[in-house]
Design a protein. Structure first.
Length: 256
C-alpha cells in the first residue's frame, strides 16, 4: 500500500483516501513534499493572512509537481489573470508551450504576448459548449496535442447574488455554478476526448488539474459565506475524484 503525502492542513485524510489514488509519481515524492505553500501556513500561524488564503506561487508549485517535467509539453490554461497568469508564465519558464482560453480577449492577448513564441490563445466563453470545443480544437491545431490542463477560470458570485443560502438568489446560484462547475465540466470533457486518442508522452497521455477550494470541506462563516461558490467547489472535488478513478487506466491523471 502506498504511503500518503503529508500535508500541512486538514486535507491530509482526504488526500490519503482518494485524491492521489491514481498518481504514481506523487506517491514517490519525499516526505518533506507538501502541496500547500509553506509560507502561507507560516503566515496563517502568525495571523498575517486569512486561513483560506493561498499564494499563486504555491498553486503553481502544485501544478508543476502534478505535471512533472514540463519541458516540451503542451499545456492548456483556462483563465488569463491572477493564478492562471502566474501558472502560464511559470509553465513556459519550465519549457512548456501554453495555450490560454478565457472570456476576455484583451486579457488573453496580453498574457499570450508575455509568453512570446511559446504562447497562444483563443478567447472563449467557457460556459458555452461550442466555444469550449473550438478553443480545445484550436490548441490541438496549434501544437498537435494537449499534455496538461490547469482549469483555473471561475468567479466569486457575490455580485450576482451568491451569499448565505437563505439570501442567495436563483441568478446568483445559476451564474456561479455555470462559471465554476459547468465550465470545468465542458473543458474536461473536450480535453479528455482528445487525450484518450493521443499517444503517450513519457508514459502518460495527459494530466488535468482542477482548481478547487478549501471551502468545499472547511466552511468559513464570517468571511466566505458564499454558499453557491462552496457548492460549486464541492462538486468539482467530487467530479475530479470520480474522473481520477475512471481515467487512471487510460493513463490520464486528474487532481484537484
Amino acid at each position: 500500500m502506498s504511503r500518503a503525502i503529508p500535508l500541512v492542513d486538514a486535507r491530509k485524510d482526504f488526500v490519503a483516501r482518494s485524491r492521489f489514488a491514481s498518481c504514481d509519481a506523487l506517491r514517490n515524492l519525499p516526505d518533506s513534499t507538501v502541496l500547500r505553500n509553506r509560507g502561507d501556513e507560516s503566515a496563517r500561524r502568525d495571523g498575517r493572512s486569512h486561513p483560506h488564503s493561498q499564494s499563486p506561487d504555491g498553486l503553481v508549485l502544485q501544478w508543476c509537481i502534478r505535471m512533472g517535467s514540463l519541458q516540451g509539453k503542451i499545456c492548456l490554461v483556462t483563465g488569463s489573470t491572477g493564478i492562471a497568469e502566474a501558472a502560464a508564465i511559470k509553465a513556459v519558464e519550465e519549457g512548456a508551450k501554453v495555450f490560454v482560453a478565457s472570456r476576455t480577449e484583451s486579457n488573453c492577448r496580453a498574457l499570450a504576448q508575455k509568453l512570446g513564441e511559446h504562447g497562444a490563445y483563443r478567447a472563449a466563453d467557457l460556459t458555452e459548449e461550442g466555444e469550449v470545443e473550438a478553443a480545445v480544437a484550436a490548441c490541438v491545431e496549434e501544437w498537435g496535442r494537449i499534455d496538461g490542463v490547469f482549469n483555473v477560470a471561475g468567479i466569486s458570485g457575490r455580485k450576482f447574488g451568491d451569499g448565505p443560502l437563505h439570501l442567495c438568489t436563483v441568478d446568483g446560484w445559476d451564474v456561479t455554478l455555470d462559471a465554476n462547475l459547468k465550465s470545468m465540466f465542458l473543458v474536461c470533457r473536450a480535453v479528455l476526448n482528445r487525450m484518450m486518442g493521443q499517444e503517450e508522452n513519457r508514459g502518460i497521455r495527459g494530466a488535468i488539474l482542477n482548481m478547487g477550494s478549501v471551502l468545499s470541506f472547511a466552511p468559513e462563516r464570517t468571511f466566505f459565506a458564499s454558499h453557491a461558490y462552496a457548492a460549486s467547489k464541492g462538486a468539482i472535488v467530487s467530479m475530479s475524484k470520480a474522473m481520477a478513478a475512471y481515467y487512471a487506466p487510460q493513463k490520464i491523471r486528474v487532481n484537484v
